[in-house]
Design a binder for this molecule. Structure first.
Ligand SMILES: NC(=O)c1ccc[n+]([C@@H]2O[C@H](COP(=O)([O-])OP(=O)(O)OC[C@H]3O[C@@H](n4cnc5c(N)ncnc54)[C@H](OP(=O)(O)O)[C@@H]3O)[C@@H](O)[C@H]2O)c1
Length: 334
């Protein structure tokens, strides 16, 4: 790749993309970093150089071969069509185009074949859906999931750099018995709350519906039923998912464990003797999703309980996007 761009480079996801491009020695000649006008005058470090933050323009887009979009849906909706028009391959971490039939929604460990059909844009899925999907995909392939009931426990950084800062500052204020200005209608420190994405008429919030629709799209199974409850918890980083999964086919716990143990992108983390299972702290900065607490549900046949935790800024966003970029480059070279 000649010129690679990160749009939203100063954000929670964008910063991780920049670090990963360096860490994984992503093939590029030039990196350009974009953010809002608030970041003009700032720089970010890449391979020992201080790169200036720029603002997007059609002129800038003309020079870009591969663009990682991590600046939210509004920016993606406005600028991806323009970037594509100028010939850039776009990889989007926002939800703007995920459910567009013409846009592949890809987790390379699960459905990289979908990349073959891309038309200049590939979407990276919702972070909580990714944590569920990595252990789920091989189980689905073997036993065919019928219905999933799940709850998420989502970290502050999933809501972006501002929410992360808010949690840290509010926690400090509470401990020091100071008041803290808040834009939330409730305290976040030492509290939790249902996900604040838009509430729909059926009572679900958008985040919960993304879990349903993106899971179906990635597993290519429109019959799969899924009901999610998404909760924001006062954790800095890494989302957790507790899922009850009913399958069409019978299986043993050992068969399920074997599949999860060998699932790409997943580490089976179960110390039953020590009653020690994955926590967000364990998953922070890890590439793999950690999965444990596999149990057969005694209340329902062919049903598995599982617990999965993943760094949503890495595999749930930045790492997945960079891996998509790496796959595309491999495809171009093959
Ligand atoms: N956080 C996660 O765990 C996660 C996981 C999966 C997917 N995502 C998705 O990834 C996207 C980014 O999320 P985030 O959490 O990283 O958000 P964030 O921390 O709020 O960062 C937003 C970034 O967008 C930039 N930006 C804002 N307006 C812009 C504009 N007009 N032009 C160019 N850049 C602009 C911001 O720049 P300034 O610093 O200058 O304001 C900042 O770099 C979202 O669509 C989100 O849904 C996030």
């Amino acid at each position: 790749m000649q010129t690679v761009a990160v749009i939203g480079a100063t954000g929670a996801v964008g910063q991780e993309i920049v670090k990963l491009l360096e860490k994984r020695n992503f093939p590029l000649r030039k990196l350009r970093l974009f953010a809002s006008s608030r970041s003009l005058g700032k720089t970010m470090s890449f391979q020992g150089n201080a790169l200036a933050l720029e603002i997007l323009s059609e002129d800038a887009l003309r020079t870009i071969d591969l663009a990682f979009f991590a600046a939210g849906s509004k920016v993606s909706l406005e600028w991806i069509p323009k970037a594509k028009k100028h010939g850039a391959l776009c990889i989007d971490s926002s939800s703007a185009f995920r459910m567009d039939q013409a846009v592949p929604l890809v987790i390379p460990e699960i459905n990289k074949a979908a990349l073959e059909k891309h038309q200049g844009l590939i979407a990276s899925p919702n972070c909580a859906a990714t944590v569920l999907l990595l252990p789920l995909a091989p189980l689905h392939q073997a036993f065919q999931a019928k219905r999933i009931v799940l709850s998420t426990y989502q970290a502050a950084s999933g809501g972006g750099a501002e929410l992360l800062k808010h949690l840290i500052e509010e926690t400090r204020s509470v401990l020091e018995e100071r008041s803290h200005p808040t834009h939330l209608p409730f305290p976040y420190a030492f509290n939790l709350f249902p996900h604040t994405s838009a509430l729909q008429e059926n009572g679900y919030v958008d985040e919960e519906l993304k879990m349903l629709h993106e899971t179906r799209k990635i597993l290519n199974d429109e019959m799969l039923q899924l009901s999610a409850t998404c909760i924001r918890v006062p954790v800095l980083r890494a989302h957790s998912v507790s899922a009850n999964i009913e399958f069409h086919r019978s299986f043993t716990l050992e068969e399920a464990r074997e599949l999860v143990q060998h699932a790409p992108g997943v580490t089976l983390f179960e110390d039953r003797g020590g009653n020690r299972f994955p926590t967000p702290h364990d998953a922070t900065s890890q590439d793999n999703v950690l999965c444990g607490r596999l149990r057969l549900d005694p209340s329902q046949p062919k049903t598995l309980e599982l617990w999965a935790v993943g760094d949503q800024l890495l595999k749930g966003a930045a790492l997945n996007a960079v891996q998509i970029g790496e796959e595309c480059i491999r495809e171009c070279l093959s």
